[in-house]
Design a protein around this ligand. Structure first.
Ligand code: ATP
Length: 498
């Protein structure tokens, strides 16, 4: 079975992801994206932005600063409660995040936990150091935010924080956005950007890092209309795998079944967030929604669901989706003393909007899920085939002259389509080697120029996933590749070659 170390090695070898500061021995929890990685990551973000902002009439975007005034994090509660407990081994001094260690050993999902509960669980389950089986020392609290100072003075007043989530930038700009964007409830504000958490034990490659990216939406509704979702019918029969707090294993259900455990608006939003992954090729059996237990819920949330992916290291959260009530806006009203309520035309009353759903998607965890899902060791071909959806593939087309004599003609075709799609030109080695290299980095379509191409003005396109080939006129290439990337059936786009 594929391991996360294999994926990390593959990513480094092929230029997707490198460990940060590696020539100086590395810096734990930080990664740099290479030439192919940056393309894949940009494609994921572009697909998300198109789906959740540009194609919708009820969502607008913002792009907030990374360093933010300490007051913001006082109001949001992060200064006092964005903490995790550390357990330290008395013998070998290894440090653990208490909730993760307990989760690993007991299988109990934990999101928020008190010091007493930790101590109780440690003794109940006889949890010891994983490395040396030593006794674990009493827990210490640790704030996960990265602190910095703004300006020349290094004093309390100059303290600011690198944002640990993008969400708060949406709340603090709420008034500015609603004043300028002419929005009427219900509506959403979205953002893609970096977030920083000084994780105690970063692990599992890109899954838990100290610098990562989020794609988030705060969806605001009138607090008296939590079940009035005009889009609900569009998604009510959409099928999902659901693990409720009552089940041992997930079951296939319909989105409408979620309304038994949360509001209509919240249930609605889980549909496009789940569908985003299915539409971009994630296998249905590897995705599920998990309901949070009441004890797991943050104090501000009235319900929360995670979208989980079946990673080589188990089912893990790639997306969190909470009903955050009016908590954040109310906190910022209290701390900033600004009026962040809105006049609702329909009810003719001022309301503090209610966040019925906060879709919070990690870019790097999505990246990892797409990569793991696409990774195939093809024994017949003798190489890896990375079956990324063509819309996500870092390079869309490889252009190959069959023999070096055809370089000039092939290069001309390459230059023409390179203006439209990210392509590579490869003339080195046998055609089989070139196909294998293309398969390994997920290039969905390979164009080969042969002697017939000169006479008949056509080329061969090879499909990465099944090695089938079609013949297409050179003049039609741009249109055909566009249709193929959009998912049109391969055989429909040209003359099949037997
Ligand atoms: P976890 O319980 O795994 O620490 P979380 O519940 O704290 O995650 P949220 O605060 O809900 O995470 O963040 C929303 C999303 O941001 C997560 O679903 C994940 O995709 C991403 N994310 C959070 N922390 C990290 C991290 N340390 N590294 C990479 N991605 C992260």
């Amino acid at each position: 079975m594929l391991s996360i170390d294999q994926i990390a090695t593959f990513c480094k070898k092929k230029g997707f992801v490198y460990p940060n500061s590696e020539i100086y021995g590395g810096l734990g929890g930080f990664f740099d994206y290479g030439p192919l990685g940056v393309e894949l990551k940009n494609n994921i973000k572009a697909e998300w932005w198109k789906t959740f902002v540009q194609q919708r009439e009820d969502v607008v975007g913002v792009d907030g600063a990374i360093i933010t005034k300490a007051d913001v994090w006082q109001a949001s509660g992060h200064v006092t409660s964005f903490t995790d407990f550390i357990l330290e081994c008395k013998k070998c001094k290894e440090k653990y995040r208490a909730d993760h260690l307990i989760e690993d050993v007991t299988g109990i999902a934990i999101d928020s936990i008190t010091e007493e509960e930790i101590t109780k669980l440690i003794s109940k389950h006889k949890i010891v150091c994983k490395k040396c089986r030593g006794e674990l020392a009493t827990v210490k609290k640790f704030n996960l935010m990265f602190k910095t100072n703004v300006g020349p003075l290094d004093d309390e007043k100059s303290v600011a924080y690198l944002r640990p989530e993008t969400a708060q930038l949406i709340f603090i700009n709420f008034k500015a956005v609603t004043d300028t964007a002419r929005l009427k409830l219900p509506f959403g504000i979205a953002q893609i950007g970096k977030a920083f958490r000084n994780e105690i034990s970063p692990r599992d490659f890109l899954f838990r890092t100290r610098e990562f990216e989020q794609m988030e939406i705060e969806y605001f509704v009138n607090p008296t209309k939590l079940d009035e979702c005009p889009y609900f019918e569009e998604v009510e029969n959409f099928k999902i795998n659901l693990l409720t707090t009552k089940d041992k294993n997930h079951k296939e259900v319909k989105i409408k079944d979620l309304t038994k455990i949360t509001t209509k608006w919240h249930a609605y939003w889980l549909a496009p967030c789940y569908k985003f992954f299915i539409d971009l090729g994630i296998k249905k059996e590897n995705l599920r929604i998990r309901e949070h237990a009441k004890e797991e819920l943050a104090h501000y949330a009235s319900a929360c669901f995670d979208i989980e992916y079946n990673f080589p290291f188990g089912w893990k959260e790639i997306h969190g989706n909470a009903d955050r009530k009016q908590f954040d806006l109310q906190q910022h009203i209290k701390f900033s003393k600004q009026d962040l309520s809105l006049f609702d035309e329909e009810t003719k009353a001022r309301v503090v909007p209610y966040v019925a759903s906060e879709p919070s998607q990690g870019v790097d965890r999505a990246f990892l899920a797409f990569l793991v899902d696409a990774y195939n060791e093809d024994n017949k071909r003798g190489n890896i085939v990375l079956k990324l959806h063509p819309r996500l593939a870092p390079v869309k087309v490889g252009v190959f002259p069959l023999v070096n004599k055809l370089d000039k003609q092939a290069y001309k075709i390459f230059r023409e389509i390179k203006n439209e799609f990210n392509c590579i030109f490869d003339r080195a080695g046998s055609i089989g080697r070139r196909y294998a290299r293309a398969d390994e980095v997920g290039i969905p379509f390979s164009i080969t120029i042969d002697f017939d191409s000169i006479k008949k003005k056509d080329v061969t396109i090879r499909n990465r996933d099944n090695t089938k080939q079609i013949r297409v006129k050179i003049k039609d290439l741009k249109g055909v590749v566009t249709r193929l990337i959009e998912g049109e059936k391969f055989e429909k786009c040209g003359k099949s070659i037997k």
